[in-house]
Design a protein around this ligand. Structure first.
Ligand SMILES: [Zn+2]
Ligand SMILES: [Zn+2]
Length: 74
């Protein structure tokens, strides 16, 4: 198997089929997911972990509605 240097970092060796070394791939993917995400600085509701919440709110509107229906039993 042929090896070449990773074109990104120029430090690690990769195989012909690979585009980047593992370290760079992790970095690229990690950065991508942060920058691709719209408003990653938004707070996410800790209860459903899906919906955004305002900085003043403890939970999203949906979770709040659920809670009040169940009388805070959850
Ligand atoms: Zn690399
Ligand atoms: Zn929620």
């Amino acid at each position: 198997m042929k090896y070449k240097r990773c074109p990104r970092c120029g430090l690690n060796y990769i195989t012909e089929e690979q585009r980047f070394c593992k370290v760079c791939l992790d970095e690229i993917e990690g950065r991508k997911s942060i920058f691709d995400e719209d408003g990653f600085d938004e707070l996410i509701c800790p209860f459903c972990e899906k919906r955004p919440v305002d900085i003043d709110d403890v939970m999203c509107a949906e979770c709040r509605a659920k809670r009040s229906k169940k009388g805070g039993n959850v």
